[in-house]
Design a protein around this ligand. Sequence first.
Ligand code: PLP
Length: 451
Amino acid sequence: MFEEIRKEQLQTWDKTYLWHPFTQMQEYVKETPLVIAEGKGIYLKDIDGNEYIDGVSSMWCNLHGHRKKEIDDAIKAQLDKIAHSTFLGPTNIPASELGKKLIEIVPNGLSKVFYSDNGSTANEVALKMAFQYWQHKGRRDKTQFIALQYGYHGDTIGTMAVGGIDIYHKVFSPLYFKTHFAPSPYCYRCPLNKIPEDCSMECLGTLEKILQEHADNVAAMIMEPLVQGVGGMLMHPKGYLAGVSKLCKQYDVLLILDEVMTGFGRTGKMFACEHECVVPDLMPLSKGINGGYMPLAATLATQEIYDAFLGEYTHLKTFFHGHTYTGHPLGCAASLASIHLFEKENILENLQPKIKHLKEKLSSFKVLKHVGEIRQCGLIAAIELVKDTKTKEPYSWVERIGIQICLEAKKQGVLIRPLGHIIVIMPPLIITTAELDRLLGVIYESIRTVT
Ligand code: PLP
């Protein structure tokens, strides 16, 4: 426990000196900041000693819980050797070992690893690689991209150009390259006004029309496989991903599958694309790459793409991209330990009954008056709240319904972060069924109290 004076100081310093991401600071400074001091397993503890379930895995990245001994030990062991040395030129031991390990676990066909340090950058790398690949192939008109409405790939200018969420992306639009947006298969609010009984995935037909018209100018299509996260945890119907993959191949457009959120077990398989046996041309990874410990990311590429960048220095085919902390030894050591835990602790196998349990328990939320749709994929769940379940009238952003529910849950020892009117549940993979019950119980009560 921190002394009262020290606590106040920390909170004041935070409000005086810091600027938080995706946060309206005018509102933020009116409240007392929550200062996290410790964590263990699925729990976080604040400076007052209050304990909370980490209901969104510290922004969707924690897998094995906090202070997992094996990962802590791997980082400490690496720290005893060296914290960081540049990857521009030399390599390092954990980065090299992790490269081999990643290629062993990703879908067959991906054979090269390009490191970076966050999800946005892993996607930015993929976009740049796709663009430059076609330049080297002599297809210089392939300079545009296709993305999905409601897609989120990061907040760099490149990734925002392929982002489909107006509230985040529209203001910067004068800075973007050309992107064609295909409809998202958001079945609860189908953009093509179909109902499930009457649907033969016409949204794929719309995508095909875009490809027919523009494929000669399109370098790649980028999408989140199975679940569009930030857009509202929108879960795609079975067969959609395989359909996109087939169309991209048919029209000679590269496929970038952004597995930043879905990678490393989140959907019940190691990678979401495995559910539909799809192998992308480029696959950006981050968040779960080292169990949520350190900034690290990787963009996986096929041999075909890699080979297109080979040549004499003077041919200027080099991929001119890289950051100071690329291939960070501590992050890579943590990642090796995290991947090892998947094998040692049968994480994926043990996950299956929890996924089933989550599904059963979520069905009880249907009786709540304002629950419009309950969505689940693996250990990702979302509850879309509506004003009226018959008309599906949504709560508007300004009503802050999600925020109010999260504040109520916080009072009861659960930390979650909404996506507008959508409540997101995404605990660490190691959560037990009893802990899941407690988490869901608090969320249920919070929705009931607030709506
Ligand atoms: N891609 C997806 C699918 C994401 O969910 C996110 C973040 O939520 C990103 C990319 C961006 O990752 P980062 O916040 O590490 O830049």
